[in-house]
Design a protein around this ligand. Structure first.
Ligand code: HEM
Length: 450
């Protein structure tokens, strides 16, 4: 092809390239509100979030990022979990080397699998961290009263996410099929026996009278298929409702908050349909009460790029911290599961150790009645508040979004008492219990103790 022909083709190719680009990226590169909105709307993952958020949403203190980090850890768990699935086999079948296959696969991760130990470590530490971050998230939501109207039901959805997370973590605990896994699950399922109907649930879960090959298959299927799917669905509902409830809970008056200055929000050329600089247009045309936004309009910022950049930074930080921990510390792996030789003490995973500690005082009261009652009260906490307010004709209005607000002194005191007691019991069960569940000081080594 001659030079002249090439010159003629250049603009055609340029135009073609531009057209192809516009099939993928549909927004401009300018700084208008319309572009910023299109970026958020036009992307499946971003459009889960609103085009505009209140400036408070950008503050670390507002949420401690706890819910977001819980979600990120779930994503990391799915990623590393899929990688582990390429290698793992949920079988207790004893191979020629005398080791159960599931356990053998764990050993193999160390020697034969590229970055196998690292992947397992990431998965293990992320699982523990997810439960811990979720507890912090519940703490934040409660003490700021963020489950109050209209977010009551999202609290219940959150609780379902919480239960699924704990069961997901627990079912994974058995898979390495080592002594820690075997006896940890054995103890947990023994506790289940005490509860009314617990025997039946235990039977369904184990598929047998004892923890064995059937239990491993069932735990595996629950762990890799059923529970992650259910959790994904419930997290989606949780997030959907956060949006429908008008974003994060906040007090009516945010003038006392330290919010980022307007100058940092970047100037927006408002050439868009979003003239009023807010994202409530639809609400205005349907009949109903308009959200109280007018005096707060100035506090709204475009999610792109401020919120998105912050979310990305949090994700990178989570990944970095988890990677460092996973390089430095290996996930535990003891000897292969041996039903004939109990570990002493046999401990459930840490988040059940408060329960195990209570069981050691009184099986039925400590293991079933008290925790059942507390879990039930926590599940319906927002509705108890509504009930008491209705009973006493209390009109407290919007008192959410503030840490330890003085109007909620009673609720927060009750919650904190139970919360701190729960953490203390977990610490005692984890660190201060040795062989035969006797009290030990963790800093004094016990002969033969763990
Ligand atoms: C897998 C578990 C969970 C995930 C991934 C999750 C995620 C989130 C996220 C990302 C938010 C937005 C605010 C933030 O980042 O903190 C949020 C808000 C919320 N979560 Fe969760 N959550 C989980 C479990 C729970 C649990 C166990 C509860 C309650 C028992 C709960 C109740 C709420 C409520 C009421 C809000 C709205 C708070 C507000 O408007 O300030 N969540 N959640």
């Amino acid at each position: 092809m001659g030079m002249a022909k090439m010159q003629q083709l250049k603009p055609v190719l340029h135009e073609f390239g531009r057209k192809v680009y516009s099939t993928v990226i549909r927004h401009g590169a300018d700084n208008t509100g319309l572009t910023k909105s299109k970026i958020m709307f036009g992307n499946l993952f971003l459009h889960i979030q609103p085009v505009k958020v209140h400036k408070r949403t950008l503050n670390f203190k507002t949420t401690l990022c706890a819910g977001l980090i819980t979600f990120y850890l779930f994503l990391i768990l799915v990623g590393t979990g899929v990688l582990l699935m390429f290698h793992y086999v949920p079988s207790t079948h004893v191979g020629p080397d005398g080791l159960p296959e599931a356990y053998q696969r764990m050993l193999n991760l160390r020697s034969n699998v590229f970055w196998g130990v690292f992947t397992r470590n990431m998965h293990r530490w992320a699982a523990h961290a997810m439960v811990a971050m979720m507890i912090l998230h519940v703490f934040r939501v409660f003490v700021t009263g963020s489950y109050r109207r209209p977010r009551e039901f999202n609290w219940v959805i959150g609780m379902i996410c919480g239960i699924l997370t704990v069961v997901l973590s627990y079912t994974g605990y058995l898979l390495p099929w080592d002594q820690l896994a075997y006896w940890g699950v054995k103890v947990g399922t023994e506790i289940a026996k005490i509860a009314p109907g617990g025997e039946i649930i235990r039977g369904i879960l184990l598929g047998d009278n004892e923890v064995g090959g059937e239990a491993l298959i069932r735990f595996y299927v629950l762990h890799v298929a059923l529970l992650p799917t259910l959790l994904t669905v419930f997290i989606a509902i949780h997030f959907f409702r956060i949006r429908k409830d008008g974003g994060l809970a906040k007090p009516d008056d945010t003038s006392g908050d330290k919010l980022i200055p307007q100058s940092e929000c970047g100037e927006v050329r408002n050439t868009s349909v979003f003239k009023s600089a807010r994202s409530y247009q639809l609400v205005e045309i349907v009949k109903g009460t308009e959200p109280k936004v007018n005096e707060e309009v100035n506090q709204m910022v475009f999610s792109w790029p401020k919120l998105m950049v912050r979310e990305l930074i949090v994700f990178v930080l989570v990944l970095a911290v988890l990677s460092v921990i996973s390089l430095a510390y290996n996930a535990p792996l003891e000897g292969p599961a041996d039903p004939a030789h109990p570990t002493n003490p046999s401990k459930a995973p840490w988040y059940f150790l408060g329960l195990q500690e209570l069981v050691s005082y009184h099986a039925l009261f400590g293991g079933v009645i008290l925790p059942g009652l507390l879990a039930g009260l926590l599940l319906v906490a927002p509705y108890i508040e509504i009930f008491v307010e209705t009973l006493f004709g209390l009109k407290r209005g919007n008192i959410s979004g503030v840490y330890f607000g003085k109007e909620r002194l009673l609720e927060n005191s009750l919650f904190m008492t139970i919360f701190i007691a729960g953490i203390l019991f977990i610490i005692i069960g984890s660190l201060f219990r040795g062989a035969n569940w006797e009290f030990v000081y963790p800093w004094i080594p016990t002969p033969g103790g763990h």
